[in-house]
Write a new protein. Sequence first.
Length: 339
Amino acid sequence: MRKWTIIILFLCSSKFVFGQDIQFSQFYAAPLYLNPAFAGSSELTRVGLNFRNQWPSLDQTFIAYSAYVDHYVSDKNSGIGLMVNGNKQSLTNLSNYEIALAYSYRVQLGESSFLHLGVQGSYVTRSAAFDEVVLSAQLDIDRGVVLPGTGPGLPDDRQRSFGDLHSGMLFYNNKVWFGTSLHHLTQPNISYLEMENDPLSIKYAVHGGVKFDLEPGFINDFFNNTRQERTLSFAFNYKRQGLYDQLDFGSELYFEPLILGLWYRGMPTRIGLPNNEALITMLGFSLQNGIDVGYSYDFTLSNLGWRNSGGAHEISFRYSFVDQLLDKGKVKRLPTFKY
């Protein structure tokens, strides 16, 4: 009985993933995926990779990954970026692949205040194998078996491709940042049935935060003392798509080169259906040679259960070409989270 309860909870939970966007716990480590206005925002050339394995203890899991490169063109006040995303849901062998181009334009509003306006165009391919779908009518909980047959109306293995459009805005100064983004402005049809129209809902996102400088210290590397940056930041990320919404909020302590993060994901104050999804811990390193590496783990708080699901593992890697900083004083560092 316990086994079938877990399966049903998985099916209900996977409804969101089947029709909606994937999510990364380290969403600032996937900046172009979060908001196209982040393209070129570091004023450096950088490349990054993100990998997420959700619910590894279940037979049916979600794998997601993202890779990007972006560059800032200083004489044009512009940022450009290329991104490749992919994810796979083993329940239906549902796969999504996306390649995207992003552009942002930076406007200086004051001595240390900036506004980025971004746009992104994407080409997406979705495919699924419906012969492995288990419908609720096939579950015989009393006998503990799955009845044969996928039922009428389900198509054979199908593939659908479409174009998409996204936009975003990002404001920041030395202490605070605030951004908004709109994804799937074209609301493409994602139905696998020829005569059906199932538009992908627009995703609305709002994110921001504040950074506090702590008393600096020094690192002794046996030759000299290097000034150590120490900061404490608080941030949030709210997103809504269709009938579903989600809020992430947490803090990040940067004790150069060590980064510690703690996040909560959920909507505990929702009336009628509280949503407590995960508590997220993060450990990262930000090195002076331009390498940033982060690892996070999601402790599942929902009814699916941490022991049943196995939580979620996430790894991020980023390399910034810091040798471009011929004059570090001219580069306006983003106050945003590193992960």
